[in-house]
Write a protein that binds this ligand. Structure first.
Ligand code: GDP
Ligand code: MG
Length: 694
């Protein structure tokens, strides 16, 4: 059955003693890197023209190896060998009609399944094939492994991974090209006949092919690439059929075998090819780390998102975070920073100013500013610990689970698990948290989330809590701050229940793809913390600094602009005294607390810097001591509760107005928070009084 033409080639070759008149073709889908590989193989030994009659580029060149050479043709990229596009026609004609010694089928390693559709057709030619898996450099990035050996075993032809773009594997490929070509010609190795036929099609198609083969064999025609031709005849490919110059009778016989209409047969054949391709891919492609990671993740998830374990684990994690941030480690850091600021910066500056006998008023101003800002900065380490740990949770993949775990409980209060992330961000800063409510699909749910975010104590409220907790509950720091945060959450839940009917319309059920767990990247965590430091320093340098100066001025001068020794004569005192009666019921109806709360509208840390200025005036006193002498336990708790619940800073209010898309809603939420804070702190004050007889 080997054609005489092929024997001639062998003879020709023997005469020439060189491989120069051997011809290989590069075939593959468009954009798989044929031209890149062609250039690597041929270097400058190439010439470029057009295929006759069309503008499709034609490239031919010579591949050399150990004084031997092969002619190589870069065929136009095609997905299939049906005769529709000019590229397909050229490639097909070339394969059918030219004497080709080797097909180099180039496949995009990242897209093997689609590329194999063409390969299934090339395998039907009676021509040796090498499969080249190009772009293998991209496999690692995709986390994929291709089992080349298994690939070779299934197809029974050489498979060589390369990267034409990165110039990897080209030498191996060249050696293989010459090896395969020589094997065929020198040893008269009937390459394709040693390959047991692969079954690509189903039985029905295979039977029909067999029958057509019998009909054709009867004709005693010498047909090259018979398998390919048989399939094409079955497909009803008119170009192939007419080129065979079959007589009427044969055509009739063939039509009887085909029976089904052309579309049905084409479909069956195509299905066979697709199935074959996907079957191979299943066997040779595996995900590397991804598979392992996914398995481990699923195991971890069985516990972390388990029915009974999920909530306890969630609470345990939160408690641990609080313990690390506010327990012994956090306190130690806080005290160290405070010590450094006082003894390394504030005191030396004041001393220098005193040595130069600078005006007492100016020294007072410096003392106020350094003390106010210093007080706030002392709490930076704890803030960083808290947010560092929260970003560890985010980066490790736990947060997505947490959102998943709380989806059900959150639905009970009119939100979905999706709203968990914006709410959680509220612990950092309300501004980005409010912006992030955009991920919520339902406008009502979004409004409800914006309404609730201020109840999540933002990072700036933490220093306020801490100065009071340090003064009143130094032995129960972790518990106290945890309870405060929880109190915020409780009020968020109650508020949500209260407004559920107005706002509730939670997004559809969460179908979330949980990311695999991973070791959190230090870089992400540090970036996150750095953002916080930057943000904080910016505020320290602007609003906190500015308000400290203003507060100092207002409490150092009287309405008649005279410097006052006793700050109760100051402008600030007059202002504060005007408002103080409102807070009498809450236990902190004094002008200093009032002023601190007012400045807290600029930014919550300002409460601390203001308190540092107004309570520490005169003798240099620890803020802690000042607070214990000015507040009772009950009024301290009431004050913290008020800070917890009263409206967020002006920046957050402005953003919420924008995101609500309604000034009325923003006004409502601010009023609600104000009234709620006032009422609850009265209640808390009274209850604490009754309980503790403080
Ligand atoms: P052709 O259409 O098959 O001739 O493909 P080309 O040779 O024009 O290549 C298509 C694109 O794939 C080009 O942008 C190449 O730079 C890129 N490319 C080719 N080979 C590789 C490879 O091994 N790795 C990567 N990453 N890119 C490649
Ligand atoms: Mg090309």
């Amino acid at each position: 059955m080997e054609s005489t033409k092929k024997n001639k080639t062998v003879k020709n070759f023997k005469l020439s003693e060189k491989l120069g008149n051997l011809r290989a073709v590069l075939i593959g889908n468009p954009n798989v890197g044929k031209t890149t590989l062609f250039n690597r193989l041929t270097g400058s030994a190439q010439y470029v023209g057009n295929w006759p009659g069309v503008t499709v580029e034609r490239k031919e060149g010579i591949v050399r190896h150990n004084h031997e050479k092969i002619k190589i043709v870069d065929l136009p990229g095609v997905y299939s060998l049906s005769p529709f596009s000019p590229e397909e026609i050229i490639t097909r004609e070339y394969l059918i009609n030219r004497n080709i010694n080797l097909i180099i089928n180039i496949i995009d390693a990242t897209n093997i399944e689609r590329n194999l559709y063409l390969t299934t057709q090339l395998l039907e030619f009676n021509i040796p094939i090498i499969i080249v898996l190009n772009m293998s450099d991209l496999l690692e990035k995709q986390g994929k492994i291709v089992d080349f050996c298994e690939f070779e075993r299934i197809l029974k032809i050489p498979v060589i991974p390369i990267s034409a773009g990165k110039n990897i594997g080209i030498d191996t490929l060249v050696e293989k090209i010459f090896y395969v070509v020589k094997k065929k010609d020198f040893e008269n190795f009937k390459f394709n006949q040693t390959i047991p036929k692969l079954s690509i099609y189903d039985n029905l198609v295979e039977n029909k092919i067999k029958k057509i083969e019998n009909v054709i064999d009867d004709l005693n025609k010498n047909i090259q690439n018979k398998n390919f031709i048989l399939v094409k005849i079955l497909e009803g490919d008119q170009i192939v059929i007419s080129s065979l110059k079959l007589n009427y009778e044969t055509i009739k016989k063939i039509d009887e075998i085909r029976v089904l209409n052309t579309i049905e047969i084409e479909e069956k054949i195509a299905t066979g090819r697709y199935n074959f391709a996907s079957e191979i891919c299943k066997r040779i492609i595996s995900d590397t780390g991804k598979i392992k990671k996914a398995k481990i993740s699923r195991k971890i998830d069985r516990i972390i998102t388990g029915k009974y374990t999920a909530i306890p684990i969630f609470l345990l994690i939160i408690l641990t975070i609080f313990y690390v941030s506010f327990g012994p480690l956090g306190s130690l850091l806080e005290e160290s920073v405070r010590f450094i600021i006082e003894n390394g910066i504030s005191n030396p500056i004041i001393k220098i100013l005193e040595q130069f006998s600078v005006n007492k008023i100016i020294i007072g101003l410096f003392g106020a500013v350094l003390g106010g800002i210093g007080e706030v900065i002392s709490f930076l380490p704890q803030m960083l610990l808290l947010f560092g740990l929260i970003s560890v949770l985010e980066d490790s993949g736990y947060m997505a689970r947490a959102a998943f775990v709380v989806d059900n409980p959150m639905r009970k209060i009119g939100l979905s698990g999706r709203a968990f992330v914006p709410l959680l961000m509220g612990f950092g800063c309300s501004v980005p948290a409010i912006l992030s409510t955009r991920i919520l699909e339902s406008k009502k749910e979004k409004n409800l989330a914006i309404f609730l975010i201020p109840f999540m104590s933002c990072g700036a409220k933490m220093p306020v809590y801490l100065i009071f907790i340090n003064a009143f509950f130094p032995d129960h720091k972790v518990l106290a701050i945890f309870l405060l945060y929880m109190l915020g959450a409780v009020f968020a839940i109650l508020t949500s229940l209260l407004f559920k009917n107005v706002f509730s319309d939670p997004s559809a059920t969460m179908i979330m793809e949980l990311p695999d767990y991973k070791i959190p990247s230090l870089q992400n965590i540090f970036l996150n913390m750095w953002e916080r430091i930057k943000d904080f320093l910016e505020r320290a340098g602007t609003v906190i600094f500015g308000s400290t100066v203003v507060i100092w001025f207002l409490q150092s001068f009287s309405l008649s602009l005279k410097f006052v020794q006793d700050s109760s004569q100051s402008i600030l005192a007059s202002l504060g005294n005007f408002l103080a009666p409102i807070f009498n019921f809450c236990g902190f109806g004094n002008w200093r607390a009032c002023i601190a709360l007012i400045t807290g509208m600029i930014s919550k840390e300002t409460i601390v810097s203001t308190m540092s200025v107004v309570y520490r005036s005169g003798e240099i006193l620890m803020l802690k001591e000042a607070l214990t002498s000015e507040f009772s336990v009950a009024s301290a708790i009431a004050f913290m509760t008020f800070v917890l619940l009263y409206p967020p800073c002006t920046a957050a209010i402005a953003i919420s107005k924008k995101e609500f898309g309604s000034g009325v809603l923003a006004f409502l939420s601010v009023s609600y928070q104000m009234i709620l804070a006032w009422i609850v702190s009265i209640v808390v004050f009274r209850i604490t009084l009754v309980l503790g007889h403080f």
